[in-house]
Design a protein around this ligand. Structure first.
Ligand code: PEP
Ligand code: MG
Length: 315
């Protein structure tokens, strides 16, 4: 299927052997959420809350935040909505959250790290999200971006639970978090792999430089091995492992991710149909064989070829 073609999605994500697979949407606000619901997404796997406040000079009030979050939750009554706390900084600086200048913003005070400087910003957001959750029927889960250590995860989980939020997770976007997955699963209820940043930080290549696109590639074996470690830890802990980076919308990669232990995929809504079609062609066994094959490769090209050779209809 040509990459530009939008394949319709009927809302039923499942493998060829019938195992259901949640296919979720990435959204940045209420309008996106309405579109995602119309595209039959099962729920939201990534709500990028910073997108609601990109034009703000001052921090939004709790009331303004409640309204913004309710707009997204209302589009998915009774469904899962994973809300990410502000991922300000680096490629998405917010004037009210970030310092004026940093030498290496991708390695600076971004995402959860902002709470070191201004914990009230995070606590207000969690309070607003708890209020929005009470007012709507969506099954809200909250997660933090840019976590690198066990202490950060513990601090975030404590704050989120103290605010009254019951399902708490973190994004796995740093090699450190992937390597510590087993310890992190002792603290959180779920994780979501942010493969865009995980590739950026694993290959040490700025994700904004198209010149380095070959390095910022989730098929890089180092990235796949880290994903596999997280998948293993998730299986052992009996906890959910999502993918919400661009990799989640790659139909060729989806069976590999499932084989590596990923339990849900979140993507831009226009990718839902193509990913659903790709996973409907494979069994859980196919996925495991594809994962096994890519883990034995040393280059991204070899990983792609190894998956194609194993999966039905692609070899
Ligand atoms: C990611 O890093 O893969 C991700 C989903 O987060 P963002 O693209 O918003 O940094
Ligand atoms: Mg990210």
């Amino acid at each position: 299927i040509a990459a530009a073609t939008v394949v319709p999605f009927d809302g039923e994500g499942a493998l060829g052997d019938g195992r259901p697979l949640a296919l979720l949407a990435n959204v940045g606000g209420a309008a996106d959420a309405v579109n995602a619901a119309a595209a039959h997404a099962d729920g939201v796997g990534l709500f990028r809350t910073e997108f609601c406040f990109l034009d703000r000079v001052d921090a939004p009030s709790v009331e303004e935040q409640v309204a913004a979050y309710r707009g997204v939750l209302a589009a998915f009554p009774g469904r899962k909505v994973v809300v990410r706390t502000l991922d300000a900084g680096s490629d998405k600086p917010l004037p009210f959250a970030n310092a004026d200048h940093e030498g290496n913003p991708a390695l600076g005070v971004r995402g959860l790290r902002i709470a070191r400087r201004t914990p009230a910003l995070l606590d207000d957001q969690l309070r607003a999200l708890a209020q929005a959750t009470e007012a709507e029927s969506a099954q809200v889960e909250v997660m933090a971006p840019m976590v690198a250590t066990v202490e950060e995860a513990r601090d975030f989980a404590d704050r989120a639970r103290a605010a009254g939020l019951s399902r708490v997770g973190i994004m796995i976007e740093t090699p450190s978090a992937a390597l510590l997955a087993a310890e992190l699963f002792e603290i959180v209820d779920f994780v979501s792999l942010g493969t865009n940043d995980l590739a950026q930080y694993t290959l040490a290549a700025d994700r904004l430089l198209s010149e380095l696109g070959d390095l910022n590639d989730p098929w890089q074996p180092a990235v796949l091995r880290l994903i596999g470690m997280v998948g293993e830890a998730g299986r052992a802990a009996g906890k959910a492992v999502g993918v919400c980076g661009e990799a989640g919308g790659d139909p060729a990669l989806a069976p590999v991710l499932i084989g590596l232990g990923v339990t849900s995929l979140s993507m831009t809504p226009r990718s839902l149909g193509r990913v659903a079609a790709a996973v409907a062609e494979v069994t859980e066994d196919d996925c495991r064989r594809a994962a096994h094959a890519v883990l034995a490769t040393g280059t991204a090209a070899e990983a792609r070829a190894a998956a194609s050779a194993v999966l039905p209809g692609r070899g």
